[in-house]
Design a protein around this ligand. Structure first.
Ligand SMILES: *Cc1c(COP(=O)(O)O)cnc(C)c1O
Length: 459
């Protein structure tokens, strides 16, 4: 399997180098040259497989000969052993045609664990002799999931930036209470957009001759490792006979992109319903064809408080690759671009969208509680809002992706339901541990200094 850049640059990459490098040299994102296909009879059999076996089977063509199949299976078994439900991604009935796929059973209680638990192990497998320094920015959930995945791994270090005071206390403590010599947490005096800009600057300018790597969802393996749960849920609902729809709480479009890849591999997905919160750039792009950056608003679903959905570039590429370099240039220069006809056709055929403002998030949280006895978090509630308002025929089952555990967002859940969700045991233990982090200015040179220090005297 070869990888090509969404910006059309001449460089291609092996799976190994695409995963280790994060982005292509022309600034684009790596995409597989062709999407592998899974025939219908194989998909029907997946319902019988344990989750790690299913994950290894789906990932295998994307990893190619970078890791052999038996070893990949071992890594997937290890990656999902730490989840607190034997099904890994349990599918729970809500009411009527609505289902909830619980993707928050991993160590940090958000769906990011699905990809990062695999990515951490795959990076350790591929890193070789030369140390790898991962640099990432987080609005909350990526940081903790990445730290949990790489803490203590030899030859890999991680510098994680979060905006000071703008992640929830649970999210911050999940990052800062991990005591490992290869992890540094930096609280940046600025916004999440500042953090992301600083990371991009470090990648562009380099830090000495250090080898830098990405853990954000610009890394292709983050997307690939989210494809298997779409297959798992759809196989359980017998999608080969009756196609299903998924409602996807979206920010950077990584999860939705994985759903699209599942569809392109042959999974009968009737529709991917993209849910945004009040930061509705994707919903606007889908309904008007104009992709235009606005001001990021703070909501109760902070992991979706994003103005530029990085992985949307991958969809644009699939639909009309020639247009992408110009569109990305226009976005950088003017903050906007128009989708082409081919891109709009693909979007109309595969996706629909809805935006959930704060009252809609509260209403969906209450619906789940009253109709199904389920306590859901605000991100999941945004997804459920979109599912409940879908215009799909009534015989199409809709699976809402549960992207975070309600205990991660206790204040928002309490505001909707009048009662705080119980804390998990792991969270209780976490609150007793000391925090380790440094506060820094939003300055690339200061960050680079921390990267060098962590990398050690050889840097
Ligand atoms: C990251 C995240 C999202 C958004 O996912 P994308 O892949 O960025 O679209 C939604 N909900 C939660 C809880 C998250 O952590």
């Amino acid at each position: 399997m070869r990888y090509v850049s969404t910006r059309g640059g001449p460089a291609t990459s092996s799976a190994r180098d695409a995963i280790l490098s994060g982005t292509a040299p022309d600034g684009g994102l790596w995409m597989p040259e062709a999407i592998p296909q899974l025939p219908a009879e194989r998909i029907a059999e997946l319902a019988e497989l344990p989750y790690p076996d299913l994950a290894a089977l789906i990932l295998s063509p994307f990893i190619g000969d970078a890791i052999d199949d038996q070893r990949l299976l071992d890594l997937c078994i290890e990656a999902y052993a730490g989840f607190d439900d034997p099904e890994v991604a349990p599918l729970v009935p809500l009411a009527g045609r609505h289902w909830l796929l619980e993707l928050f059973r991993g160590p940090t209680l958000a769906f990011k664990d699905f990809a990062l638990q695999v990515l951490g192990r795959v990076l350790a497998e591929l890193v070789g002799e030369r140390p790898l320094v991962l640099v990432g920015a987080t609005s909350g959930d990526t940081g903790s999931a990445a730290i949990a995945a790489v803490a203590g791994r030899p030859n890999i270090a991680l510098v994680m930036l979060h905006p000071e005071g703008r992640v929830s206390e649970v999210q911050r403590r999940q990052m800062t209470t991990v005591d490992a010599p290869n992890i540094v947490n930096l609280a940046v005096r600025g916004s999440f957009d500042d953090c992301q800009r600083l990371v991009k600057q470090l990648f562009a300018e380099g830090v000495g001759d250090l080898r830098l790597g990405a853990v954000n969802s610009i890394n292709w393996l983050r997307i690939a490792a989210q494809v298997p749960y779409y297959f798992a849920a759809a196989a359980k609902l017998n999608a080969i006979e009756h196609p299903v729809a998924f409602a996807v709480p979206s920010g950077n479009f990584g999860n939705a992109c994985a759903g699209y890849v599942a569809r392109a591999m042959g999974l009968p997905i009737e529709r991917l319903i993209i849910a945004t919160n009040s930061n509705d750039i994707l919903h606007r792009a889908f309904t008007t064809g104009l992709y235009e950056r606005g001001e990021a608003l703070a909501t109760t679903a902070p992991a979706m408080d994003i103005q530029v959905a990085s992985n949307f570039e991958r969809m644009l590429f699939v639909a009309d690759r020639e247009a992408v370099p110009e569109q990305m240039k226009a976005l950088a220069e003017n903050g906007r671009f128009h989708l082409t006809h081919a891109q709009r056709d693909l979007v109309d055929a595969r996706f629909s969208s809805a935006s959930a403002d704060e009252p809609a998030i509260v209403a969906a949280t209450r619906w789940a509680n009253e109709r199904a006895g389920q306590v859901i978090d605000p991100h999941t509630a945004a997804g459920l809002h979109a599912a409940l308002h879908s215009d799909l025929p009534h015989d199409v089952p809709i699976v809402t992706l549960g992207t975070a555990h309600p205990a991660k967002f206790p204040d928002a859940v309490a505001a909707a339901l009048g009662e705080r969700p119980p804390m998990t045991e792991a969270l209780q233990e976490m609150f007793a541990r000391p925090e380790l982090y440094e506060v820094v200015d939003a300055d690339a040179e200061a960050i680079a200094g921390h990267v060098r220090k962590l990398a050690g005297p050889s840097a």
